[in-house]
Design a protein around this ligand. Structure first.
Ligand SMILES: [Zn+2]
Length: 147
């Protein structure tokens, strides 16, 4: 038989008078979305989702950068994450993954389209199946909504 403290902690049997909502299990918490403190690219200036693929001419590293602006990432602004080269010696490709603009995302239908779109950055980074590494940090990040 449950003690008074167990009943107080929610272990008492369910009453048939409980509403459906009261008997439903607690839903999982909403996902936490985070972004840096600085809004380097304000959502209002979003032109879509672009992937910039680079190959470093010095060390041969291939890497991708994602951006909401078509021309934000350039060979003269990126650093090679492997060798540190910053002299613009890269080959550069650009693809567009989503055409949803910041203006469209201020509408209910635009936000719904974003949640279903395969080209949104959150579907590509982290790469599917990638594990969070021990050197990760959440310092300096804050919770936000999609916009
Ligand atoms: Zn390099």
């Amino acid at each position: 038989m449950a003690s008074e403290s167990e009943r107080a902690a929610g272990h008492a049997r369910q009453s048939p008078r409980q509403s459906v909502e009261e008997r439903l299990p607690t839903p999982p918490p909403a996902p936490i979305l985070i972004r840096p403190r600085t809004d380097a690219v304000p959502a209002e200036t979003r032109e879509g989702v672009f992937v910039h693929s680079f190959m470093c001419n010095e060390c041969g590293l291939h890497f991708n950068l994602y951006s909401w602006q078509a021309n934000r990432q350039r060979t003269d602004t990126v650093y090679c994450p492997e060798c540190g080269q910053h002299a613009g010696r890269f080959r550069h490709w650009r693809g567009q993954l989503s055409e949803l603009t910041g203006e469209q995302l201020h509408t209910r239908s635009g936000r719904q389209a974003m949640l279903n779109a395969p080209g949104e950055v959150y579907r590509h980074c982290p790469a599917p199946g990638a594990g969070l590494m021990a050197d990760s940090s959440v310092e300096g990040l804050r919770e936000v909504s999609h916009l």
